[in-house]
Ligand binder design. Structure first.
Ligand code: HEC
Ligand code: HEC
Ligand code: HEC
Ligand code: HEC
Ligand code: HEC
Ligand code: HEC
Ligand code: HEC
Ligand code: HEC
Ligand code: HEC
Length: 440
């Protein structure tokens, strides 16, 4: 990772430690409206190309034709047209994020520099004229930057605070979160690190790719984890996967069996599988919420990636893009009354806000109490702990079922909302077994 990124990322940590999204937002929005052009380089600080000249995407086309064709179909390619359509095509306050190299020896105007209109290759890879003229020279190969900070040079500010929200999300710290865990190992990186994921993907095509380890990985769940920067995918918003399956790639307990500890079983919980019945067979119970995934709908994003616009976006009260991934985060809802009012946007169409709130609070309170009541039976330090060694083989198996179902509901983290039917069903099984074993 180059120096520019480590710099941006240490700023990221600072901003994150401010806490509230609004705090980090005003921090970021303090930047000028013209973002630093990635790779404007020459001073060696960004490790990028030594070229100071922009070439324009047409120059890249002969050698990178597939990527060029994909990119051309994305909204990035027509970003200047978007300004022109509303009479802002010459507004200097807008051009920095809608063209290549504005105020940086790049775009001047549609008439003078037509080749540099829109968001192009060189917004993300740095000025590359020298590389285009001399592609064999490895010393001047354009940089490839997988970090959210790259996208965040433009996808920021009160109108579209996507980067600012992401910084506040746990996705932004997934690598640190992993490293703080004593059981962490390299294979865990497949769901916790974008540079690891990218290298593994590349490795399938090329040999000699260096795959990061727990010690060397740099990036968490970045924009490019979920979005394909060049497009070329069938999904809206350049999503790498259908929205119905995007989150479940990681938010899954995978092949957890009886005896294992289930982690993040949100996919299984939502779709209605993954727990065990008293006899050790699969317990399957779907709910209307399961249909959000089953029908190829928005699934998790229906409730978790929900944006809304406010009347007059400003630093203290920005638009919301849904990129905290949790509209129920109390820090977000506390940040502004308008955000508080919109936290149930994803439930509308099926529930009114007040019903959704009431159902949620009632269910979560009930399930949290049931989880609390069960916890001591599986806690070694509690006097109620059920010691498997004192049980017959048959009862040991039943205890394992109870423990799994308890952990399954607890690890899901929604306290019932993902699937009220399966959450209740799994706790029924766990309670029944515990009552039998303790003679209650
Ligand atoms: C004359 C052919 C040619 C032109 C024109 C050209 N490239 Fe390349 N580019 C290459 C070759 C060859 C490579 C190395 C491919 C490889 O690593 O397998 C490359 C690699 C790259 C890489 C990847 C670097 C890496 O480390 O993986 C980027 C990014 C890139 N080019 C961007 C551009 C951009 C932007 C333009 C237009 C301004 C451009 N190229 C124009 C031939 C070209
Ligand atoms: C130089 C500024 C800039 C950079 C850097 C940038 N974007 Fe954008 N992006 C824009 C602008 C401007 C638009 C709006 C284009 C339009 O609609 O005219 C946009 C649009 C998009 C869209 C389409 C939105 C939709 O509704 O489908 C996606 C997705 C996107 N960007 C993702 C990314 C990702 C991912 C990165 C980093 C890998 C990135 N962008 C880097 C400026 C930028
Ligand atoms: C800090 C970078 C930045 C600046 C400065 C900027 N834009 Fe954008 N603009 C973006 C990004 C990023 C998007 C894509 C937002 C998305 O899809 O979430 C965008 C999208 C848009 C869109 C598409 C509709 C929408 O709101 O999504 C319009 C219109 C627009 N910008 C107009 C303007 C105007 C007018 C100005 C100057 C007053 C301006 N922009 C300045 C980054 C910027
Ligand atoms: C919005 C930012 C963005 C734009 C615009 C963009 N790229 Fe990229 N490019 C990336 C990122 C991020 C990667 C890393 C691979 C990935 O995430 O798919 C990448 C990877 C590459 C690679 C190396 C392949 C690899 O996976 O390592 C080449 C070559 C490349 N881009 C060329 C281009 C060309 C040519 C254009 C213009 C036609 C372009 N890019 C436009 C962000 C961008
Ligand atoms: C299949 C994808 C996947 C793999 C593999 C994975 N994780 Fe995670 N991890 C997640 C997801 C998703 C979350 C967030 C889930 C949640 O909060 O419910 C998470 C959260 C975490 C957390 C923070 C949440 C907490 O419990 O406080 C830690 C620590 C963690 N994982 C450690 C690990 C370790 C150690 C490994 C390897 C042994 C690993 N993970 C492998 C997907 C994965
Ligand atoms: C964990 C996956 C994930 C990550 C990480 C992610 N996004 Fe998204 N993004 C989504 C999903 C899902 C949607 C579509 C939401 C919908 O349509 O309901 C979306 C939508 C968008 C849109 C278009 C929606 C709009 O606001 O108009 C843009 C632009 C965008 N993302 C940019 C980014 C940028 C920039 C980053 C990094 C700062 C990022 N995303 C990180 C999942 C992700
Ligand atoms: C590449 C793997 C990956 C993908 C894809 C992914 N996540 Fe995550 N997610 C994680 C990891 C890892 C964490 C935990 C990070 C930590 O706590 O250190 C996490 C954390 C979260 C959290 C916070 C949990 C908490 O404890 O507060 C939410 C909510 C979340 N993800 C929702 C989503 C949604 C919605 C999507 C799809 C739009 C998605 N995730 C896609 C890996 C992923
Ligand atoms: C019907 C709406 C809905 C759907 C669909 C949904 N969620 Fe949730 N999710 C919630 C609610 C509500 C919570 C509880 C949030 C709270 O109480 O703070 C939650 C909690 C979570 C948490 C724990 C957050 C935390 O702070 O610990 C994660 C992680 C999560 N969901 C991920 C997902 C994933 C991944 C999917 C898809 C497989 C999904 N959700 C589908 C509504 C939904
Ligand atoms: C696709 C439509 C749909 C969406 C979207 C949806 N729900 Fe539901 N939900 C239902 C239906 C139908 C029921 C079952 C009828 C009932 O119990 O009133 C239900 C039941 C519930 C229950 C369980 C009540 C109980 O105790 O059994 C809760 C809690 C709930 N929803 C919360 C939410 C929340 C919070 C959201 C948004 C984050 C949401 N729902 C989004 C359709 C939906």
């Amino acid at each position: 990772m180059n120096a520019r990124n480590s710099l941006v990322r240490s700023v990221t940590f600072l901003a994150t430690s401010v806490g509230l999204v609004v705090g980090s937002l005003s921090f970021i929005a303090g930047c000028s409206s013209v973002p630093p052009a990635p790779g404007d380089g020459g001073d060696g600080t960004n490790g990028g190309p030594t070229s100071t000249k922009f070439a324009g995407a047409d120059t890249c086309m002969p050698c990178h034709s597939g990527m060029h064709a994909n990119w051309q179909a994305t909204p990035h390619a027509t970003a200047l047209g978007t300004l022109e359509a509303i009479g802002q095509g010459e507004n200097a306050a807008c051009l920095g994020c809608h063209t290549v190299g504005f105020n940086d020896d790049g775009f001047v105007s549609r008439a003078e520099t037509p080749a540099l209109a829109g968001v192009q290759c060189e917004n993300c890879h740095g000025a590359s004229a020298d590389h285009a003229a001399n592609p064999g020279d490895l010393a001047i190969r354009p940089f490839v930057d997988l970090s959210a900070a790259l996208c965040g040079t433009c996808h920021t500010d009160a109108h579209h605070p996507t980067f600012d929200e992401w910084q506040h999300s746990k996705h932004a710290t997934a690598l640190e979160g992993l490293r703080s865990n004593p059981f962490a190992q390299d294979t865990c990186l497949k769901c916790h690190s974008q540079d690891y994921r990218h290298a593994v993907e590349e490795q399938e095509g090329e040999s000699g790719v260096v795959v990061p380890t727990l010690a060397t990985a740099q990036l968490s769940i970045e924009c490019a984890t979920c979005h394909a920067p060049h497009g070329g995918v069938a999904q809206d918003h350049q999503l790498r996967q259908p929205i119905a399956s995007l989150c479940g790639e990681c938010h899954t307990q995978e092949e957890a069996e009886l005896g294992d500890t289930p982690h993040h079983p949100q996919l299984e919980m939502l779709t209605g599988i993954g727990a065990f019945d008293a006899d050790g067979s699969g317990l399957e119970l779907t709910h209307v919420h399961s249909g959000l995934a089953a029908s190829g709908g928005a699934a998790c994003a229906q409730c978790h990636v929900v944006g809304h616009e406010v009347e007059e976006p400003n630093e203290g009260n920005p638009n919301v893009t849904g990129h905290t991934f949790n509209p129920f985060d109390s820090e977000i809802t506390a940040a502004s009354p308008e955000h508080q009012a919109e936290q149930y946007t994803g439930c509308r169409g099926c529930h009114t806000d007040s019903v959704a709130n009431e159902l949620r609070v009632t269910l979560q309170t009930d399930l949290a109490a049931r989880l609390d009541a069960l916890a001591p039976f599986f806690d070694v330090s509690s006097t109620s702990f059920i010691d498997a060694d004192t049980l017959s083989a048959v009862d040991q198996a039943r205890l394992a079922t109870a423990k799994f179902d308890f952990q399954f509901v607890a690890a899901d983290g929604s306290n019932g909302v993902h699937n009220p039917a399966l959450s209740r069903g799994a706790l029924d099984v766990a309670e029944q077994i515990v009552n039998d074993l303790t003679g209650q």
